[in-house]
Design a protein around this ligand. Structure first.
Ligand code: HEC
Length: 437
């Protein structure tokens, strides 16, 4: 039994921030418009299961890593996306500790969880309609491995911490030397709005970041010692002192991968949330006009409006950057939303690459049109208001061009919507450039 019940009413919603991003109450998962437990998933894992059943794909057992490498290959999840979490915060907690962290690998639609010696590989996929769908595979050599869907995972994966939809988690915690969370110190979600100094407690972090500090690679009394020795745990390029990295497909827990992970986990949850809401509004009212506040929050996140800028460049594993940047469409000048900046910002162009994902692409059309129209107001410069100040005139121009040349379902009047407004072409081009204060 899933136990999330089906929806608390809106009355149970906590106070939400004006832009909706703090909204946390559970959405109704089993309505006539959309039924989480009954509809057939159409994500890449569901597709792989169908291919295996049809004899068109086969998983290969690996003596060291079990089914993991075969999954990574079949689902195109790069080994370089590896991040490592040592807090005992998830399902197979008894196997996780700082000497045996849990590895998470991801691409735009899949997350894989692997712990050396644990009974199952965990998978969460981003279904384009239903949000997170969860599966496990037993780590046992057999001719016919079964990828089993498990809805019980929603106990943790559908709550106020996932924006109230079946979704994904990424949080900063403080642990002791066994990886047990110190609840008194709080659990904070991590995304691109999280100050650097608050990121990655409970996680290993490899890569350099200058004198700025984060909470990764710290446990137990490290947190006390860090008060007099702020560089403690920072700028690690190897993790051999903590555990044996040869047990994993990659040696590190890449800083750039962690930054992308934070950005996309929240956005995947947000996209799923607006999908459920749009389906319900369309069924009830025949339109999505009331969803202005969710759209506002989503557009802010898509355009990285509230990103905390980097105080110092970060550098991680060039292999992650290469594999991440290689995918996705480009405009005629070769620009892509997957280009990483890592100097001042996460991405070179302030618009999420997930706008090209299946999950975004399959949002109900009226909702997507509403999102595009709101984006056009910002990108044209017609809305140069405070929340979007971080986007310079050049940023807006580049994103306009990339979207125009890479998306096929833009509103028919898109070209006129994004026509640069005079306010931006003159004085605003100066005031809009530069990082936010
Ligand atoms: C006790 C709570 C809990 C349960 C139950 C749980 N998870 Fe998670 N899961 C987490 C937390 C917390 C994270 C974030 C990373 C971390 O702290 O390890 C996470 C992260 C993940 C991730 C990485 C990306 C994502 O989706 O957040 C996968 C994959 C995953 N879990 C799969 C599963 C599967 C499959 C199940 C059910 C078989 C499951 N989990 C059940 C707590 C849980």
């Amino acid at each position: 039994m899933v136990g999330l019940g089906l929806a608390l009413t809106a009355a149970a919603a906590l106070t939400v921030r004006g832009d909706f991003q703090g909204s946390t109450h559970l959405v109704e998962l089993e309505t006539d418009a959309l039924k989480y437990s009954k509809e057939t998933p159409t994500g890449p894992v569901a597709e792989l299961i169908r291919r295996i059943e049809a004899g068109k794909a086969k998983l290969e057992w690996d003596a060291k890593l079990g089914w993991l490498p075969s999954f990574q290959k079949a689902l195109s999840v790069p080994a370089a996306s590896q991040t490592l979490v040592f807090s005992k915060t998830s399902l197979q907690r008894e196997h996780i500790h700082p000497g045996n962290p849990r590895a998470i690998f991801f691409n735009d639609a899949i997350y894989l969880g692997y712990i050396p010696g644990a009974p199952v590989v965990e998978i969460s996929e981003v279904d384009p309609r239903l949000g997170g769908i969860f599966y496990v595979v037993e780590q046992k050599p057999t001719d016919t491995p079964v990828i089993k869907r498990i809805d019980n995972c929603l106990e943790c994966h559908a709550s106020s911490r996932t924006m109230g939809v079946p979704g994904h988690l990424f949080r900063s915690v403080q642990t002791d030397r066994q990886g047990i969370v110190d609840l008194a110190t709080g659990i904070e979600p991590i995304d691109h709005r999280t100050p650097f100094a608050d990121r990655w407690g409970g996680w290993y972090v490899t890569g350099t970041h200058g004198p700025v500090q984060h909470r990764g690679n710290r446990m137990g009394d490290d947190f006390v010692q860090a008060k007099s020795n702020p560089s403690l745990g920072g700028n690690q390029t190897r993790l051999d002192d903590y555990f044996d990295p040869t047990k994993y497909p990659s040696p590190g827990s890449d800083i750039a991968a962690l930054m992308v992970l934070g950005h996309q986990v929240h956005l995947h949850n947000f996209i799923a949330r607006v999908h459920y809401m749009a389906a319900q509004h369309l069924a009830a009212y025949g339109h999505v006009d009331y969803l202005t506040s969710p759209v506002e929050g989503l557009v802010k996140h898509l355009l990285l409006a509230e990103e905390v800028p980097l105080e110092h460049p970060v550098q991680g594993d060039p292999e992650f950057v290469r594999s991440f940047e290689a995918a996705g469409p480009r405009d005629r000048k070769g620009r892509s939303l997957r280009q990483l900046d890592l100097q001042k910002h996460l991405f070179k162009h302030p618009c999420s690459f997930l706008i090209h994902s299946e999950a975004f692409g399959r949002l109900p059309a009226p909702l997507k049109q509403k999102i595009y129209r709101r984006m056009a107001e910002v990108l044209s410069g017609a809305d140069a208001s405070e929340p979007f100040r971080r986007l310079s005139a050049d940023d807006r121009a580049a994103v306009r061009k990339i979207l125009t040349e890479t998306l096929e379902d833009l509103p028919p009047d898109w070209k006129s919507l994004i026509e640069p407004k005079t306010v931006q072409a003159t004085d605003a081009s100066k005031t809009l450039s530069g990082p936010p204060k």
